[in-house]
Design a protein around this ligand. Structure first.
Ligand code: SF4
Length: 494
């Protein structure tokens, strides 16, 4: 019997262990520390975003331009993808196409093996979360080290990210101190003896821990915020400089990029470089914006690969009402404004994309087969705050309602539901006056039997149990409207 190989990276939690939103939410709601951390963090970022957006006189026009550019990309995606592939290839980038997560993971692992490397450094990216790249590489004996501070906290904490931009938003500084003290030494340079919960000390420990990995790594893996189709330019924006280290030090760079990340021209890119930082971190511009077009001899990575990933995106594109979700530039403004997200946090969504964008993107990318995905369109109060802040004007509430409709269609196609039965019955009653009279006669008999008594919570009605949890049934009437009318209006007393 072969022994299970020892893990090289911290074992993360599992999305699979998280139940559907309605079951997961109460537990998360009860976590007071998390709620406090989330309220503090989202309130701060929200306030900064408002200030920065109000500084731009044509902010609303910029949002419209962002939406229109993204829609144009969706309408002509086939042409822009070919144009981008040609431009990147001409610039010396090897372009790969991946139909799904397994394809993309295999390509990354094969490149690493061909290069003879057994570890890679990573720039924070949502798309590699989406495809579980770290786990796939670990299974191939390749360690993937997260280099963004918040991602490092999540990775060392054997945890799951809970926010698009700030994956460790649910953690406070005491928890980070514990994680660093306990785990850093197991996977590289340990935290200094007696490290406190001071953010500067914690950041310094992370810097030392990561530096060793940056200097050793021969290969880096990134996502990509944008690809400019006309020039084949890849763009990554970040705040900590860890991305720039990954983009310049290793000899090989592999970028996994969703096919919706294209923008047609450099001029179009300008719109997003204004919208993104103000919407996400409340900054006027991103501290680091890296743009590279191919390989430059003697400078930076000498072997560049871009993996263009579908993984459900073409399905999303085929839905005229749902496709606007592909406009998303992952700024996280919708999470920071959402009252549901603020209270339950990111894990309850059971999806790497939490909050409003997760509620509309998750079920579209992954389909409705899993109960957790069917629950997501209902994980919203439909208050519409996300519509107001989204820099690319995604009509969340329309898409949520559309997806709810699709969930109902999915369910009724598989199993007739109680609601369907009730509606069928109601249809029969309303179709003919004699049917209605029959039902009303039964109702009157019931009314006389119960003699106007309030029926109270009708626990024994099994099919309506859930509905009746928060409602009571009124007493059954002893006469119907027609009888009342006859008696009181048609010749009866007034
Ligand atoms: S949906 Fe809009 S607000 Fe939410 S992350 Fe994407 S771009 Fe930002």
């Amino acid at each position: 019997m072969t022994a299970t190989p020892t893990r090289r990276t911290p074992e993360p939690g599992s999305w699979l262990g998280i139940p559907a939103f309605p079951k997961a939410a109460p537990g998360e709601l009860a976590n007071e520390t998390q709620r406090r951390n989330l309220r503090h963090a989202t309130t701060t970022i929200r306030a900064k975003r408002v200030v920065r957006a109000s500084e731009v006189p044509n902010w609303e026009e910029l949002r419209t331009a962002g939406a229109q550019i993204k829609d144009r990309v969706g309408r002509h995606l086939d042409e822009y993808l070919v144009q981008a592939e040609e431009a990147m290839t001409k610039a010396g980038i090897t372009v790969h196409w991946a139909r799904d997560a397994a394809d993309a993971n295999q390509i990354v692992a094969e490149i690493a093996k061909a290069k003879g490397v057994d570890e890679v450094v990573k720039i924070k990216s949502m798309v590699t979360q989406e495809i579980d790249l770290n786990e796939a590489l670990e299974a191939e004996g390749i360690a993937a080290w997260e280099t963004d501070l918040a991602e490092l906290i999540v990775q060392l904490g054997h945890d799951l990210p809970s926010h698009i931009l700030v994956p460790a938003i649910h953690r406070n500084r005491d928890e980070v101190q514990d994680i660093f003290t306990r785990e850093m030494g197991l996977y590289g340079t340990p935290a200094p003896e007696g490290i406190s919960n001071n953010p500067e000390e914690l950041a310094a420990a992370a810097r030392v821990h990561l530096r060793e990995k940056f200097l050793r790594a021969k290969m880096a893996v990134s996502g990509g915020n944008f690809i400019v189709a006309e020039t084949g330019t890849l763009v990554i924006v970040e705040s900590e400089g860890n991305g720039r280290m990954c983009l310049t030090l290793p000899e090989t760079l592999v970028s996994v990029v969703g096919i919706e990340k294209l923008v047609p021209t450099l001029e179009d890119l300008e719109v997003f470089l204004k919208l993104l930082p103000r919407s996400s971190t409340g900054e006027r511009m991103n501290p680091y914006t890296s743009m590279w077009t191919g390989v430059t001899e003697g400078d930076g990575p000498q072997d560049l690969h871009v993996i263009l990933l579908d993984n459900g995106r073409s399905n999303v594109l085929s839905d005229p009402e749902g496709r606007a979700a592909l406009r998303c530039i992952r700024c996280s403004a919708c999470l920071n404004i959402c009252p549901v997200y603020e209270r339950v946090g990111g894990h309850a969504y059971g999806n790497p994309y939490p909050g409003p964008i997760g509620a509309i993107l998750g079920p579209q990318l992954r389909g409705m087969e899993d109960e957790r995905d069917r629950a997501l369109p209902f994980a919203s109060s439909l208050c519409g705050a996300c519509n107001e802040v989204c820099p690319v004007r995604i009509p969340f509430t329309d898409i949520l309602v559309h997806l709810r409709h699709k969930v109902v269609e999915y369910k009724t196609a598989k199993h007739p539901t109680v609601e369907q039965g009730i509606m069928k019955g109601a249809g029969w009653v309303m179709a003919d006056g004699s049917h209605l009279a029959t039902v009303q006669a039964g109702e009157r008999i019931g009314g006389r039997v119960f003699r106007g008594k309030w029926l109270g919570p009708m626990g024994p009605i099994p099919i309506a149990k859930e509905w009746l949890k928060g409602r009571d049934l009124e007493p059954l009437p002893t006469q119907n409207f027609r009888q009342w009318w006859k008696k009181n209006r048609e010749g009866g007393q007034r």
